[in-house]
Design a binder for this molecule. Sequence first.
Ligand code: COA
Length: 287
Amino acid sequence: MSDSDTHIPGGKLVLVEFDEGIAWVSMNRPEKRNAMNPALNSEMLAVLDALEVDDRCGVVVLTGSGDSYSAGMDLKEFFRESDSLAPEAWHQISRVAQTWQVTRLRHYPKPTIAMVNGWCFGGAFNSLVACDLAIAAEEAIFGLSEVNWGIIPAGNVLKSVAEVMTTRDGLYYTLTGETFDGRKAADMKLVNIAVPKAELRERTRALAKTLLSKNRAAVRAAKHAFRRVEALSWDDSEDYLAAKLDQLRLTDPEGGRNEGMRQFLDAKTYRPGLGGYQRTHKDSDKA
Ligand code: COA
C-alpha cells in the first residue's frame, strides 16, 4: 500500500501523525482531559485497525492531546448516559472500549509505547499497561480514582493493575485513591522510565527509533511470545517458543538469524551483545 492510497480513519477524536516510521496516536478531547467516550473508543479501534496494515507505521506511540494522557472513561457519556441502555447496547459500548484498550493493544503486531504526558486516571491504566513499553513525564499525575466516586476499577482496570504493580502498591492506590507522579510510577515499574516533560517527546522518539532499527519480524514474534508464555506451563512454553522460533526463521523476510551470524562469525563486523546487525532490508517490504 502506498502512502497516497492509504486512508487513516479518525482525525477528530483520535489524531494520527506519521514521523519516519512512528505513528503518534493521540486521544483528542483535551477540553475533557481526553476522557474516553464511546465515539473516541470506536474511532481508536478503527485507527488501530488501519495502522496495523499501514507501512508508514512501524511503531505506535499512544498519547493524549494537550496536558493529559487520559482522565479515564467518560463519566457522563460512557457511564451515566449508558445507565438507561439495554444490556445488549451497553455490552456493545463496553466491548469496543475493552477491545482497543486491552485485546487489540496487548497483541498488536507492531510495537507500542504509551507516552504519559499528563493526567492518567482509571480506565487509562488499561492502554498504559497493554502497550509494550511506557514512558511518563515526571510531572504526570496518575490515579486509581474509582474509590473516590464509589465504584471499583472494573473494565479490567484491576486486572491491568495487578499485572504490573505489586500487590502492596496496587492495593494501596486502589483503596486510597491517592495520586502519584511519573517518578513514582517509574519507581513502581508501572512505566519503564520517567523523564522531565520537556524531554518526553524526544526521549520517546529515540525509544521508538531503537525499536524501528530492529528486525521487525523478530520484534513481532518476541512480543507475541512474551504475552503468550505468561499463561503456559513450563513444558508448553518450551514447545511453543521452539515452534515460534522455527516459524520466525521460516517467515522472516530478511533472514535475520543467518545474516546476524554471518556478520558476527564470518565478517566480524559487530557484537550481538552490544547492538544489532547491519540491516539492508527495507521495512516497507511485507514482513
Ligand atoms: N469523564 C467525563 N468528563 C471529564 C472527565 C471524565 N473522566 N475528566 C474530566 N472531565 C471533564 C470535566 O467534567 C470538565 O468538563 P466541563 O469543562 O464541561 O466542566 C473538563 O473535563 C475539564 O475537567 P476539570 O475537572 O475542570 O479539569 P482539571 O484540570 O481541573 O482536573 C482531573 C483534571 C483529571 C483531575 C479531573 O477532571 C478529574 O478528576 N477527572 C476525573 C478523573 C477520574 O476519576 N477518572 C476515572 C474515570 S474511570
